[in-house]
Write a protein of this length. Structure first.
Lengths: 393, 141
């Protein structure tokens, strides 16, 4: 059975062009960029080329890019890098984030709280947009950094980065954004956005898993997490993964080139899918912001049914999606993102996320809708949380 | 429903019961035929079960159920229905001793994190039996 992959927010397949660009770097150009001989220097040159390509896209200096092993690592480096800098001076300080961040951010902050740092978790509105007033008021004299994501991985809500950056800079604090979900479709010009630190990874943009980068403005000092051979300006030791770096540059280049047309195509497809779900299935709720939303994100809650059941029934037809239900999480708590938007436990348990991608077609969406039209009423019939009288209405 | 050889999170038996649930309540009006009812779980943790039992000669003759929950919750209620009604129906005394582990074993095991789902099944059963016995007592009095 052919699978219909609507889980591109979890990870994307590798693009053929990206794979092709990386292939020579496994066995042909294999040198260590730190070596002094020609084999090493060739590798170093190639790495520099990729760094420059990315710098052009991010509108920054090539030296402001630190290659890492994942988005999670970049986030950890940005946040802990600042915290450790303070710790070395025997100091602590204050951080600000919001409640709907990815666990990579939230868990890092929770751990820093154990070390004596304080963290404010800002609320979002019912569409998942951060409360700017609350953010303004939360900034203190000792606030070291504000971390607010570009676009949410579950509900696709895009945050007003420019406004957040302005607030941060007025208060002379540093602004980091996790742009892992946004890099494929949104503007990642760091000067325009006004960010000081920015995280991107490869696995969401049709490039390698286990690859990522952190943009860090020159003026900002951080401590490394990984110590060793002084690579990446001593901020990320370990021999560089050149194939992944080349692939990341290639993926970002293609994304930038195709961004406008592909976003337009996906927005159309997304709107079509949402309207079909609303038309064909009763009692649904679309989660997230309708306008300020990633082009590829559809997040919907179905009253009276549980998400994992929907997911696994879709899976039987080859349709791959994800859910905010507790049943598919490791901590038996439903999505913290959906709960933060205030939709309550039932709807959080009944949520399904479809994240469309480069290879998604209208035909696949139609097939998915057709299956949902069977699955949802069937599960509702089984459900003790569904008012069976609804069927007669 | 079409079954394909995809990789699957749970055991084969869970899949069987999840895809083709056994003896769930198809029609609201059926409820009147049953003489014991139990409901356990809550929306907050995401699992809720209802069970109706029909008792004859101290044996469970028939059951119906409804479950809001994940695949393992649905499958474990379905399996419970099968266990209660197979071989001419389970005796009430035996039904009262049925444990979550009994259901889980018949399902070929569940991932550790999912065990609470099947535990709910035996709780629903005990609640239904209690409801049946309470009703019987009221009639006697």
């Amino acid at each position: 059975m052919k699978s219909i992959y609507l889980d591109n927010g979890s990870t994307t397949p590798l693009r053929k062009e990206v794979l092709k660009s990386a292939l020579p770097f496994f066995s042909k150009i294999y040198g260590n960029p730190s070596s002094f001989h020609s084999t090493g220097l060739i590798a170093k040159k190639e790495m520099q080329k990729s760094r420059e390509k990315i710098a052009k896209i991010l509108n920054c200096d090539p030296n402001e890019i630190i290659f890492t092993g994942s988005g999670t690592e970049s986030i950890n480096l940005a946040i802990k890098g600042i915290a450790f800098r303070e710790l070395l001076k025997g100091k602590r300080g204050h951080f600000i984030t919001q409640k709907t961040e990815h666990d990579a951010v939230l868990e890092t902050f929770k751990w820093l709280e154990k070390l004596g740092f304080s963290v404010s978790y800002i609320n979002v509105n019912e569409n998942g947009i951060v409360n700017l007033e609350e953010l303004k008021n939360a900034i203190r004299k000792d606030t070291l950094l504000v971390s607010i994501m570009y676009a949410n991985n579950e509900i696709g809500t895009i945050q007003p980065l420019k406004e957040i950056a302005e607030i941060c800079h007025k208060a002379k604090t540093i602004f980091h954004t996790d742009a892992c979900q946004g890099a494929e479709y949104l503007d990642i010009d760091t000067k325009k956005l006004g960010v000081d630190l920015l995280t991107i990874n490869g696995s969401k943009i049709y490039s390698f898993k286990g690859s990522g980068l952190l943009f860090k403005k020159k003026e900002i000092n951080i401590e490394p997490l990984i110590h060793g051979g002084h690579q990446e300006k001593n901020l990320r030791s370990g021999t560089e993964n050149l194939a992944a770096i080349v692939a990341l540059a290639k993926a970002l280049e293609i994304a930038q080139k195709e961004k406008r047309i592909e976003s337009k195509r996906l927005i159309k497809l997304r709107e079509y899918m949402i309207s079909q779900i609303e038309k064909k299935i009763k009692k649904v709720k679309i989660n997230g912001d309708i306008k300020s939303r990633l082009p590829n994100n559809v997040n919907v809650s179905f009253y009276g049914v549980e998400g994992e059941s929907i997911l696994l029934r879709l899976n039987e037809y080859g349709i791959r999606a994800s859910t905010g239900s507790a049943c598919s999480s490791l901590n038996l708590e439903p999505s913290h993102v959906l709960l933060a938007t205030g939709i309550g436990h039932e709807l959080a348990h009944g949520s399904i996320r479809f994240t469309l991608g480069k290879y998604t077609t209208k035909k696949e969406i139609d097939f998915t809708i057709k299956k949902l039209e069977n699955i949802i009423p069937f599960l509702r019939k089984l459900s003790s949380a569904w008012d069976q009288k609804e069927e007669i209405k | 429903m079409k079954l394909e050889g995809n990789d699957w999170f749970y055991s084969k038996e869970v899949k069987k019961h999840f895809i083709k649930p056994f003896k769930f309540l198809k029609n609201e009006l059926e409820v009147e035929k049953f003489d014991g009812y139990g409901k356990v779980g809550n929306m907050k943790c995401g699992d809720m079960m209802e069970l109706w039992i029909k008792v004859k000669n101290e044996k469970i003759k028939d059951v119906r159920w409804r479950t809001f929950g994940c695949a393992s919750a649905i499958a474990s209620t379905s399996m419970l229905a099968k266990m209660l009604t197979e071989k001419g129906g389970m005796e009430l005394t035996k039904a009262l001793t049925l444990s979550g582990k009994d259901i889980m074993d018949r399902l070929g095991g569940l991932p550790a994190i999912k065990i609470h789902c099947s535990v709910l099944g035996d709780e629903a059963l005990r609640a239904a039996i209690k409801n049946y016995l309470d009703k019987k007592d009221t009639v006697k009095k």
